[in-house]
Design a protein around this ligand. Structure first.
Ligand code: SF4
Length: 86
């Protein structure tokens, strides 16, 4: 998911740029489990085609990003990665 700042080079090639970026985060009002599953699946499908997926995932792991889909992973999947590497 896009993040403004110093690592803009790979983010400029992110497939999640634009209106579809909203599906990478849960809505403020919450969502049902099935809606969350469908939203995350749609976001991950975009990530699967993204040329900067690894850079994105590395970044999200490094900053311990707690929200959204990054590099094809959701929050709980990144927590498992962090636990495995720490
Ligand atoms: S891997 Fe997914 S979240 Fe990361 S930049 Fe690409 S489309 Fe966006």
């Amino acid at each position: 998911m896009l993040y403004s700042g110093y690592e803009s080079s790979w983010q400029e090639r992110a497939l999640c740029r634009g209106p579809q970026s909203r599906i990478f985060y849960a809505p403020f009002q919450g969502e049902r489990r099935n809606d969350r599953h469908n939203r995350e699946a749609a976001a991950k499908a975009i990530c699967a085609k993204c040329s900067v997926r690894q850079e994105c995932l590395d970044y999200a792991i490094r900053i311990k990003e707690q929200h959204g889909i990054w590099g094809g992973t959701n929050e709980s999947e990144r927590k498992k990665i962090l636990t495995a590497i720490s």
